[in-house]
Design a binder for this molecule. Structure first.
Ligand SMILES: [Zn+2]
Length: 133
């Protein structure tokens, strides 16, 4: 039996890589690179931990647990990317629109800029308030 066959047999039934493992690998490598620049020992330990955890996940045979971890990661990733795109959108539109919060229901409202004083009607609760745009 050659080496490749042995390696394939050894890896069969193991979890392999997923999005969470890739993230851990990249985070671990980034922490290692940052350690070389800033020389913070804690960062080095964190990097080593992330890479070790990613490898251990890949070699694990407990698929259901690894899938749960990956689902948890996907939820967090979704939240972060949604927040990022919301902020990016807001930043791109800041010259054209102005954002206010409704004083009664706290709904976020977007109004066109440069209209001077306008009466804003909340589409959620119909409350009206005057603002300078
Ligand atoms: Zn409202």
């Amino acid at each position: 039996m050659n080496f490749l066959m042995k390696a394939m047999r050894w890896m069969s039934g193991r979890y392999g890589t997923d999005d969470f493992s890739r993230f851990l690998m990249i985070a671990g490598l980034a922490a290692s690179v940052l350690t070389m620049v800033f020389r913070i020992p804690l960062l080095s330990i964190m990097g080593l931990f992330f890479v070790t955890y990613a490898v251990m996940r890949g070699l694990s045979r407990d698929h259901s647990r690894r899938l749960k971890e990956n689902q948890w990661f996907q939820k967090k990733k979704y939240k972060v990317t949604q927040t990022y795109y919301r902020w990016k959108n807001k930043l791109q539109q800041r010259k054209v629109y102005r954002y206010y919060k409704c004083p009664s229901c706290k709904q976020k409202l977007r109004v066109p800029k440069g209209k001077k004083k306008i009466k804003i009607t909340c589409p959620n609760c119909s409350a009206q308030f005057v603002k300078q745009t």
